[in-house]
Structure formats: structure tokens, C-alpha cells
Design a binder for this molecule. Structure first.
Ligand code: NDP
Length: 392
């Protein structure tokens, strides 16, 4: 029986809270804290279980520390924004409480996706005897666990991995992002990057694309991007020769994005406007629908998975491990769309792994460094069934 402090009451935070509330044997007490208290209370009112809520500015380490001391959680789950990762990790260090997140730290003034800042905490977490679990969403998260599971059960060596993220859903809005608009647009407008034969190769943003026929979804155009799990998987999967990340986008989305970029609305540097400084992307975020508001009319499915090739017992082997998730089913269960759902379920599961001692240790770890089996055993049970297809 454990206590969890969830920080961030957005699309993902809502799902994590619902999912933790569904497992009282592990999460006996729950607190949801976020910048806007009303959002925490709105989520709390959807649950059949009583939880605590609090207003919190997680950029302020002292505020986070004080709240941890007051509530006394066994683990802090960070589903606010990547900007808060380090202040929350600092508060966990000060109070000696485990930490878990879904997105790597980013400095607000630079769209740089890199684990270095958080990996640099390894010794401090180790010396404090606590665990930081990084990237326990779907991608990063489940995709990393799929790779670890394949390495353990299906291959002697994996030579290539293609992580493919397809959202074939329709939300009925002209333009909206499925997770925080600011973080999403920073990620998509950066240069593409993949790893091949021991070196990183850069590509122009969204310049490489291919069609893939996604099971239960159909053919979709997917675009090569950089995504943070590539950095840790390169280190943790043996014998890897190439790893790439792909995401599908519709033409309507790409056209809107191109126009917004061309007129400067995706800039992250401050511009002068009538005597004040504003960051165009932050202003754009304020105009776009919140990810948590998209669920009600969302239809269609996601298919996210890993295509892997390698060798087993001297023979070439190729498999595709994936999950298919239906937006409308997610809304019926937890009032969220499938992107929040596919992120929130593994977030809850990662916390469950720590609280039930299935994942343990001291230091900073990416999820593929733990035993994948207990996580994979629970993934279907808690809403994300997975399929392994032999494509040899
Ligand atoms: P939302 O924008 O819906 O939610 C973010 C929440 O964090 C909001 O409620 C926001 O408060 C709160 N917040 C922001 N700043 C602070 C702060 N300083 N202190 C306290 N709370 C704060 O985003 P999502 O729920 O879609 O995404 C949440 C996280 O999940 C992001 O980091 C995203 O990158 C990550 N993610 C990871 C995925 C994965 O598969 N690994 C996939 C999708 C998302 P307010 O409401 O007041 O703005």
C-alpha cells in the first residue's frame, strides 16, 4: 500500500489519476497537484474514490519540497511539463522520495531533447538510495519496454529498430495537438535525427517519409523525427546498428504547421509586442485546444509499436510489437483521448512497478534498464493489450 503524489492535471495527469484510483491495493492514497487547482478538483470529482488536491508551482523546488513533506508520498509522478523535471528531482533528493516522469528535461529557451541533465543526477540519487525512473509513458516508455522484452525473449542481437507512432484518429478540430501544444510543436519542428553505424545522422525537419500499413488502422504516411528514447536505447540495446523514430501526420496538420512556422508563430524566443515580451509559441498554446478537451468527439485508433530485426539462433528474424488503442473507448473509461491514455497507463504502471518492488535500485534509470516482464504482464490488464507479429 503506497502513497503517490501526481504533479500536473492535464490530459495525461487525468488518466494517471484515474488509473491509480482503480488500483487501491497499490495506491492507497493519492494527491493530485498542479498549477491550476480547479483542474485538479475537476479530475478528482470524476473519481469514485476520494483523493487530495493542491495548488503547486512545480518550477519552485521549495514549494514541491514543502508539499512532499506535508503529504509524505512514496513516489512523485511528474506529468507536468519537461521544464519542471529538474526542480521536482531536486525536491525528491531533498526529501528522499522516488521520482518518475514521461518526458526528458528541456530548458525553456532551447528545444534540446537530451537526457544528460537528468542522467547527471545518477550519483546523487544513488547516494540518497532512491530511484528516478525516466520516460515511463508510451514513447518513451512502452516502446522502450517492448525493445527490452524483445531483447530478452526474441533475439540474440537486435540490429535495427523502427519505432512507429500512428494516430489515425479524428478530433474534429481544424488544428490541435494531442499532448501539450508547446512541447509537441517544439518536438516536431526540430531537425530529424537517427542513429546508424555508430553515429547520429541529421535530416531536415519532416523531410524523410514513408508509407506503412499499420495493423487495424491501414496505410499512413509517417515522417522520420528525432525522439528522446533513441538516445537511451542506443546505449541499452546490444548490437544495434540502426534506430529510427517515425510519426504519422495528416496533410491538414502539416499545412497548418507550415503556415504557423512561416509566419513565426512557432518561435520560442521572446518578441517585443506593444511594450511587453511575448514568446509566440506560448501565445499560440494559449489559443489552441487543451489536450484534455479533445476526448469527447475523438474517433479512430492509434497504433504505436516497434519493428525490430535481428538474429536468433543464427537465423534472421523480424517482428513488430504494437498496441492499438481506440479514442472513444478511452473517453468512455477515463474521459480522455488515446494519446493521454496510452501515456497515462504506463505512467501508473511504472509507479506500480516501483511501489511493488518489481523495479528497484538506486540512481537514475530509463525504463528499458529494468526487467520488462512484470510490466508487460500488467500492460494488457490495465488497458493496453499488445501484439507480437512475426514478420521474418
Ligand atoms: P497538458 O498541457 O494537458 O498538461 C500539463 C499540465 O501541467 C497542466 O495541467 C499544467 O497546468 C501543468 N503545469 C504546467 N506547468 C506547471 C508548473 N510549473 N507547476 C505545476 N503544474 C504545471 O499536457 P499533457 O498532459 O498532454 O502532457 C503532460 C506531459 O506528458 C508532458 O511533459 C508531455 O511531454 C508528456 N507526454 C509524454 C508522452 C510519452 O509517451 N512519453 C506522450 C504525451 C505526453 P495548467 O493547466 O495550469 O497549464
Amino acid at each position: 500500500m503506497g502513497k503517490v503524489l501526481i504533479i500536473g492535471a492535464g490530459g495525461v495527469g487525468g488518466v494517471v489519476t484515474h488509473k491509480c484510483a482503480q488500483v487501491p491495493s497499490v495506491f492507497a492514497e493519492i494527491m493530485l497537484a498542479s498549477r491550476t487547482l480547479e483542474k485538479c478538483d475537476r479530475i478528482a470529482a470524476q473519481l469514485g474514490k476520494k483523493i487530495e488536491t493542491a495548488r503547486l508551482d512545480a518550477d519552485n523546488k521549495d514549494e514541491v519540497t514543502a508539499l512532499i513533506k506535508k503529504f509524505g508520498p512514496d513516489i512523485v509522478v511528474n506529468v507536468a511539463l519537461p521544464y519542471q523535471d529538474l526542480s521536482i528531482m531536486d525536491a525528491c533528493l531533498e526529501t528522499g522520495v522516488h521520482y518518475l516522469d514521461t518526458a526528458n528535461y528541456e530548458p525553456p529557451d532551447e528545444a534540446k531533447f537530451c537526457y544528460k541533465w537528468q542522467w547527471d543526477y545518477n550519483e546523487r540519487f544513488r547516494d540518497r538510495g532512491i530511484l528516478a525512473v525516466l520516460g515511463s509513458g508510451f514513447d518513451p516508455g512502452v516502446t522502450n519496454v517492448f525493445c527490452a522484452y524483445a531483447q530478452k525473449h526474441f533475439f540474440d542481437t537486435i540490429s535495427s529498430i523502427d519505432i512507429m507512432d500512428c494516430n489515425a484518429g479524428e478530433h474534429g478540430q481544424a488544428f490541435a495537438t494531442n499532448f501539450n501544444p508547446e512541447i509537441n510543436i517544439r518536438e516536431i519542428t526540430q531537425k530529424g535525427k537517427f542513429w546508424e553505424n555508430g553515429e547520429w545522422k541529421e535530416t531536415e525537419p519532416l523531410s524523410i517519409h514513408e508509407t506503412f500499413d499499420f495493423p487495424q488502422v491501414g496505410p499512413r504516411e509517417m515522417y522520420l523525427m528525432y525522439h528522446e528514447e533513441l538516445e537511451s536505447l542506443v546505449q541499452n540495446i546490444n548490437g544495434l546498428e540502426r534506430i529510427r523514430f517515425w510519426m504519422t501526420f495528416g496533410q491538414e496538420y502539416l499545412t497548418h504547421l507550415r503556415v504557423l512556422q512561416n509566419v513565426g508563430m512557432t518561435r520560442i524566443d521572446a518578441v517585443e509586442y506593444e511594450g511587453s515580451k511575448i514568446v509566440p509559441l506560448k501565445f499560440l498554446k494559449a489559443l489552441l485546444p487543451e489536450p484534455s478537451s479533445l476526448g469527447e468527439n475523438y474517433k479512430g485508433k492509434t497504433n504505436i509499436g516497434c519493428m525490430m530485426e535481428g538474429v536468433k539462433d543464427g537465423k534472421r528474424k523480424k517482428i513488430y510489437i504494437y498496441n492499438v488503442c481506440d479514442h472513444a473507448d478511452c473517453f468512455r473509461e477515463v474521459k480522455a483521448q488515446a494519446i493521454s491514455y496510452t501515456t497515462g497507463v504506463p505512467t501508473m504502471l511504472g509507479a506500480m512497478m516501483v511501489l511493488t518492488d518489481k523495479w528497484k535500485g538506486s540512481g537514475v534509470f530509463n525504463v528499458e534498464q529494468f526487467d520488462p516482464d512484470p510490466f508487460m504482464e500488467k500492460l494488457g490488464e490495465y488497458g493496453l493489450p499488445w501484439v507480437v507479429e512475426d514478420r521474418s
